[in-house]
Design a protein around this ligand. Structure first.
Ligand code: ARG
Length: 577
């Protein structure tokens, strides 16, 4: 364990237990980074109020400080009863060395491993994959990477919208224009015009409407030829999704597809079971669950409709079947739904209904990771200038084009330039998404995401590439550096102390499902490195060999932390920029 905050927490808890009794062994010592020292512990104030003889907080602080006399560093009482804690340089250096020697850079593997089901991306096949799905895809993928790195078993579930009444008209339209033409259009990402053309006919052509309705019935009854046509439609659509996934470098594969259609056969049973157990009741002809605590604007209980009065199933029915499957068959300990903010009520009600049914036991957590809306520069939902939804592949290609222009003058050969442009373009888009808290709305702005300064993808990529160039200049392979680490300069100490936080940050990202915490940490790390590099020459002539070795070790450790961190976010890491 290298995380100073954790080490300190345990040490202060021990001191509290020794001085005031075992019941304080779990008290939160309130360790925080401090302006005046490395950390401060504020526990003495609150503790003084809880102790029967009401001692002065300063005296309580002194008692704790006395018990920390053997702590590697200095502990001072200040003000009304703060403890200012400064770690010894040797202790920091020793922890940094341990981290340096550990191939996982101190990141633990969680035991016992959890099974984490992550529902993400989930575009709708009947419509163009839109920019909102970009965020759920990117955030979800970062969460899978972080959880896998910690040793959890991750089951990705791409809950595609691939079923339901629109497929009647979509299949009929496919027959009208011919399979080949339809496939070509869908593969090219022209799902929106395809859908619009089908819709147009459905609204204006009675005969087409009738055919579309009949087609829904034959699809649902499992007619082989209709299913074949559905597959033709879906396969072409999925090929387009895969183009986007591969451009983005997300880890989703066809094996992770678990679309709405997968639950089709389970829906009747889902409703029957809920009705039999009394969890669902018929209300105004529809089968509904009324989870307690949900009311509409008129204060009436809000229904979660699981079978409409016409007998049709809906989005909620599928999600209830999915919860049951994920808990029972996939053996989930935790289920993360990385889905737009606007579906918050839906998920709260689905989770509540599943708990009522006993399908989601208390031991399993289900969390909606709310994704904020992507906005255009005008502050409205992100659209093209003419008001249409933006074609995702074109957006991503534009990011690569802009990155290519930005690096055009740097004298790379064509292949290298292409590689870097792609890494920078995709890195910029992904990092912009990840660096903000996932529920905040966010303005899609190429100029800002591609900026070389600030907390951006290109800046972070550059930060690690710059460290690689130090090694190239010094003719040293970062893999052969051995240390040991000595912390002479304040900037060296600050960098080492910063690096020690890495394992705790990764764990925290998994716990909270908040990748922006990792971005913030990596940005602070890059900043600490800049501070170090400005004041501490590494491979310059005249640097004594043991100083050089120590500084190279700090560089190598920083590189490893930045590289691993960017990998965990799914941001590509180019060797040079
Ligand atoms: N396809 C849905 C949409 O685009 C998202 C599905 C999310 N996952 C789920 N289990 N409901 O809005």
């Amino acid at each position: 364990m290298t995380d100073p905050q954790l080490v300190l927490t345990e040490r202060v808890q021990q001191a509290l237990a020794d001085a005031f009794g075992a019941e304080f062994a779990d008290a939160d010592p309130l360790i925080r980074p401090s302006q005046f020292a490395d950390f401060q512990a504020n526990v003495a104030m609150s503790l003084a109020r809880r102790l029967p003889d009401r001692p002065k907080p300063r005296d309580v602080a002194q008692t704790i400080a006395d018990r920390l006399a053997d702590f590697p560093g200095t502990v001072e009482v200040s003000g009304p009863g703060f403890l200012n804690i400064t770690l010894a340089d040797e202790w920091i250096a020793e922890q940094a060395e341990r981290m340096f020697e550990d191939p996982r850079a101190g990141v633990p593997t969680i035991t016992p491993a959890q099974t984490v089901v992550i529902d993400y991306s989930a575009p709708n096949a009947a419509k163009e994959m839109h920019v909102g799905h970009l965020r759920t895809t990117i955030v979800g993928d970062a969460l899978t990477r972080v959880n896998e790195h910690l040793g959890n078993r991750v089951v990705r579930q791409n809950h595609l919208g691939d079923w339901g009444t629109p497929f009647g008209m979509l299949i009929e339209h496919l027959l009208d224009i011919g399979e080949q033409a339809a496939v070509a259009q869908l593969e090219a990402g022209e799902g929106t015009p395809y859908y619009q053309a089908a819709r147009q006919k459905f609204d204006n052509d009675e005969a087409f409407k009738r055919r579309a309705r009949e087609r829904v019935t034959t699809l649902q009854s499992g007619d082989p030829e209709t299913l074949r046509l559905w597959h033709v439609f879906m396969d072409a659509t999925i090929r387009y999704f895969n183009k986007i996934y591969s451009l983005l470098g997300v880890t989703l594969t066809d094996d992770d597809i678990a679309g709405e259609s997968m639950y089709n056969d389970m829906l009747a049973q889902t409703c029957a079971d809920l009705e039999a157990s009394g969890v669902a009741v018929v209300s105004e002809g529809a089968l509904c669950v009324f989870p307690p605590g949900f009311t509409g604007s008129d204060d009436k209980p809000l229904p979660l409709i699981i079978r409409k009065s016409d007998g049709g199933y809906g989005y909620a029915t599928t999600d209830l079947a999915a919860v049951r499957y994920r808990v029972h068959d996939l053996k989930a300990d935790r289920i993360l739904y990385v889905v737009g903010n606007d579906q918050s009520l839906h998920f709260q009600m689905v989770f509540a209904a599943a708990r009522m049914a006993g399908w989601l036991p208390e031991s399993v957590s289900a969390e909606h990771i709310r994704i904020g809306m992507m906005l255009g520069k005008d502050g409205r939902r992100f659209k093209t200038r003419s008001g249409e939804s933006v074609k995702l592949i074109e957006l991503l290609e534009e990011a690569v084009d802009r990155a290519r222009t930005a690096i055009a003058e740097r004298g790379y050969d064509d292949t290298t330039r292409e590689e870097i442009a792609r890494a920078v373009g995709m890195g910029a888009v992904k990092y912009a998404d990840l660096s903000l808290s996932h529920e905040s709305e966010y303005v899609f702005d190429f100029d800002r995401m591609l900026a070389m300064t600030g907390n951006t993808g290109p800046y972070m990529q550059y930060a690690q590439a710059r460290i690689r160039s130090i090694f190239r200049r010094g003719g040293v392979d970062p893999g052969t550096v051995t240390g040991p680490i000595h912390l002479g300069e304040p900037a060296e100490r600050a960098l080492a102390l910063q690096l020690l936080d890495f394992p705790a940050v990764v764990e925290r990202v998994a716990e909270t499902a908040e990748p922006h915490r990792l971005c913030a940490f990596l940005f602070d790390t890059a900043t600490a490195f800049t501070g170090f590099f400005e004041t501490c020459p590494v491979v310059k002539e005249g640097v004594p060999p043991e100083v050089r070795a120590s500084r190279l070790a700090l560089c190598a450790l920083t590189l490893r932390v930045l590289h691993t961190g960017l990998d965990l976010l799914g941001v590509p890491v180019p060797d040079r920029m």
